[in-house]
Design a binder for this molecule. Structure first.
Ligand SMILES: *Cc1c(COP(=O)(O)O)cnc(C)c1O
Length: 453
């Protein structure tokens, strides 16, 4: 038995993979990644693949970047771990200051955790407890968007709106108000942008007029609903929501776990919209895609509602064991330093334009009904019949077929249903983006038109 077979056997014996139908897993021998170089993943047999999913939307500067690796190694000589419960350490302090400096004005306090989901849980609990302690304890409900994705823990699932992921847990979830999904092609209100004047955002107004007294916060993935299939909102949409929420004394939570750190072409999507959220969730790209670290940023006003004597019990009673791990903080500081050195946001401009041009070509393919892009995140939605806008039978798993056809072409990506998602590392070169586009075009043609490779 060779090494790949041996590892495969052990994988099948003991590993339960996330978001994976394990019944089908043995049918497709797993791709086992052993090494990485720059933006490329290398499997146990030495085959190279462009990391077109940025290892689930996290990779910024490429894998194993020497500056981040060196920062981690240096930190390991000083301090591997020490708790933030009752103690502090220099890297957590430094990173908190840097995050407060680069995020929208007003966000001045940083609360660490380890995943996007926990960053969201923390924001929800902070918003809820804020109103209890600000004298409005009746403000307890959240407003969210149809198709939203905020993570997989129960609070995050409650404010999520992806039926495929969330339906089964219904009895465990708390009720929320939902706004229509801002997806212009499939407008739930039957309107056309821009004549609609953002009616889907305006839909927040009557909800808050009627229920504002009981609503504590609105949570939004600003500019792009990622897991919904890279649904890009029209410009001004998020700002409209923010203005309405503010006018009704409802907190605004920006979930920038996916959109943060340059992914949208701006450092944060909130900056594209010129808004100042009360709470912001960060994760994914925070450490450059190297270690699990997340952060929830809060305004001074929210933070100060938690101040009091001990026996007033206004403390934020929340904290994970590894919160603010020093090694993860060191990786994040090194990543932010690289972003400054490389002028990340400016460096992205030509790559975003290159992706736009490539996507325009893909949009003309007979089985592509829509391409959606914001910065270096893109979705290519497949259709059985373009004129009739017919979806494929879900059982055909067309998106999955396309991403599997990309593998022999040297590209790893992941679909969301029948939307092929492109999420290249932010440090991708011109050649790498071209390689990605070429492989995806070939794979879509092969799978949808039966064209031979
Ligand atoms: C990925 C994601 C999350 C959840 O992050 P995890 O680290 O997987 O828990 C939350 N919100 C958004 C917008 C995301 O894309």
């Amino acid at each position: 038995m060779d090494r790949r077979q041996e590892l495969t056997q052990q994988d099948l014996a003991h590993l339960w993979h996330p978001f994976t139908q394990m019944g089908l897993w043995p049918g497709e021998p797993p791709l086992i990644i052993e090494r990485a170089e720059g933006n490329w993943l290398i499997d146990v047999e030495g085959k190279r693949y462009l990391d077109g999913v940025s290892s689930l939307w996290v990779t910024v500067h490429g894998h194993n970047h020497p500056a981040i690796s060196a920062a981690i190694a240096a930190q390991l000589k000083d301090l591997d771990h020490s708790t933030l419960l009752g103690l502090s350490h220099p890297l957590a302090i430094r990173l908190a200051g840097e995050l407060a400096a680069i995020t929208p004005a007003g966000l001045s306090k940083v609360f660490y955790s380890e995943s996007g989901s926990t960053a969201v849980e923390i924001a929800l609990k902070m918003a809820f407890q804020y109103w209890r302690q600000a004298g409005r304890p009746e403000k307890q409900t959240f407003v969210t968007l149809e198709g939203a994705y905020h993570g997989d823990t129960l609070g995050a699932v409650s404010v999520g709106g992806i039926d495929l992921f969330h339906q089964v847990y219904g009895p465990l979830l708390f009720p929320v108000h939902r706004l229509p999904q801002p997806h212009c092609r499939l407008c739930r209100l039957g309107l056309t942008h821009p004549a609609c004047d953002l009616a889907c955002a305006q839909a927040l107004e009557p909800i808050l007029q009627r229920h504002g007294q009981e609503i504590c916060a609105l949570i939004v993935e600003p500019r792009v609903q990622g897991a919904a299939g890279i649904i890009v909102q029209p410009p001004g949409y998020v700002r409209r929501l923010w203005e309405i929420a503010r006018a009704h004394d409802v907190l605004f939570i920006a979930d920038e776990v996916a959109t943060g750190f340059g992914r949208t072409g701006q450092m944060f999507a909130c900056q594209l919209e010129g808004i100042e959220p009360d709470l912001m969730c960060l994760g994914k790209g925070l450490t450059g895609g190297v270690l699990p670290l997340a952060a929830t940023l809060a305004s001074q006003r929210i933070h100060d509602a938690f101040l009091g004597r001990f026996d007033e019990f206004k403390t934020f009673f929340h904290g994970h064991t590894y919160t603010g791990n020093p090694i993860a903080c060191a990786a994040a500081c090194a990543s932010l330093e690289l972003m400054r050195q490389n002028d990340l946001v400016v460096s992205l401009v030509p790559r975003i334009e290159q992706l736009r041009q490539g996507l325009a070509r893909l949009a003309r393919m007979p089985h592509v009904i829509e391409v959606r892009q914001q910065g270096l995140m893109a979705g290519i939605e497949l259709t059985a019949d373009k004129a009739g806008a017919l979806a494929y039978e879900p059982g055909l798993r067309m998106g999955h077929q396309v991403i599997m056809a990309c593998r022999p072409l040297g590209v790893i990506i992941r679909p969301l249903g029948d939307t092929v998602v492109l999420m290249p590392p932010l440090a991708s070169s011109e050649q790498e983006i071209a390689h990605l586009l070429r492989a995806v075009e070939t794979a879509i043609a092969q799978v949808t038109e039966g064209r031979q490779p």
